[in-house]
Design a protein. Structure first.
Length: 363
């Protein structure tokens, strides 16, 4: 079986075969695609570069890939490619990673999802929180019911060789794209007056279309120890630094799932989930037990945040071992592959059923 996997990258240059070979992973979707490429038979990655998009070459890249590989199906992660993908007349799987955010794109998302559903595309979300949010938005903004979905998937897994550190270097760490929405530097800001705790932010630098985001990048260049910052790290080093942290913090209440929270728990690092007005966080579903994380309002005071970090930082080694073991079992590669295989098999069976029904009709 041949499964075309188009995905976007922030990099301007890719491998000649348009695969994903770089050590630096800039986001959850890119990691998901790399995991598929590395672990699922039949995956053919098609990397769409920043330059491709700027020069409106996305359709051409896709048509070339289809002509070269003659795929059985296309698995894509960008719903805004929906109209283009349906035009290829190839069975489709769309994975919805979109976070719980209200922006101008939401105006058309519900319509796009309905059109995809009506075309026979199999749509999967990554969490019930995410589905409820986007279903509500579609109804509220455009009075659209995009219909039922095929199910939920876990967008990532934990490899068997996850790092684990007996000695911690950082009191609290976080990982996140450098923008004002994810706000990874929030942990530095919360602890800026602390004389006891240090913190680590792992993020990226870049030039964005939004002046607001560019200002956020510029405004957070000044941090120095004990407010540590590391930029553009390979994924292996990100994991090593998470493992050397006493506590991990997810600073964004609007995550659709939360791969970094899973990775932190898999390293045996208890996790703080920052919540918004509804006091929920999609990453709650990731933990093997509720005691492995604690929720705190994103608007909490510096004192509240420092107190919470201190409480979790005192967790015993036995408890950390338990967190690591239980999380790795729940999110093992075997369990993840089983989930993805079911998604692919469902699409393939549906495709063959449609052909069988069509043949029967003409007979």
């Amino acid at each position: 079986m041949k499964i075309l996997l188009p995905y976007s990258t922030h990099f301007e240059v890719v491998q000649t075969d348009r695969s994903s070979k770089g050590p630096v992973i800039t986001g959850g979707i890119e990691k998901f695609c790399k995991d598929l490429e590395d672990n699922i038979d039949g995956i053919i990655p098609v990397c769409i570069t920043k330059e491709d998009k700027e020069n409106r070459r996305t359709r051409r890249v896709m048509m070339d890939a289809i002509a070269q590989h003659d795929p059985d199906m296309i698995l894509f992660n960008n719903p805004w490619w929906g109209k283009m993908m349906t035009s290829f007349n190839i069975p489709l799987i769309c994975i919805m990673h979109e976070p719980l955010v209200r922006d101008i794109r939401m105006v058309e998302l519900g319509i796009i999802l309905k059109e995809l559903n009506d075309s026979g595309c199999h749509i999967h979300f990554v969490s019930p929180n995410q589905l409820d949010f986007h279903r509500t938005m579609a109804k509220r903004i455009q009075d659209v019911d995009f219909g039922s979905i095929k199910g939920f998937i876990r967008p990532s897994f934990l490899p068997a060789d996850m790092p684990y550190a007996d000695d911690s270097v950082y009191d609290v760490s976080t990982v996140g794209r450098c923008d004002n929405e994810k706000a990874p530097f929030l942990i530095h800001q919360k602890l800026r007056n602390s004389s006891v705790l240090n913190s680590l932010v792992m993020t990226n630098d870049g030039v964005y279309k939004s002046s607001t985001v560019n200002d956020y990048v510029k405004d957070n260049q000044h941090w120095t120890a004990p407010r540590h910052t590391m930029r553009g790290l390979p994924h292996t080093e990100v994991l090593e630094n998470i493992a050397r942290s006493k506590v991990f913090c997810s600073t964004w209440p609007k995550e659709s799932w939360g791969i970094t929270a899973m990775e932190a728990l898999g390293c045996g690092v208890p996790t703080i989930l920052m919540t918004g007005k509804n006091d929920t966080h999609a990453s709650e579903l990731i933990a093997a037990e509720k005691s492995h994380y604690i929720k705190i309002d994103r608007q909490c005071s510096s004192l509240e945040f420092e107190t919470t970090v201190r409480e979790f930082a005192n967790m015993t080694k036995n408890r950390r071992d338990e967190i690591a073991e239980m999380t790795r079992e729940k999110h093992s590669l075997i369990n993840w592959k089983s989930c993805i295989d079911k998604v692919i098999d469902m699409r393939y069976s549906d495709k063959n059923k449609s052909r069988s029904d069509l043949t029967e009709f003409f007979v």
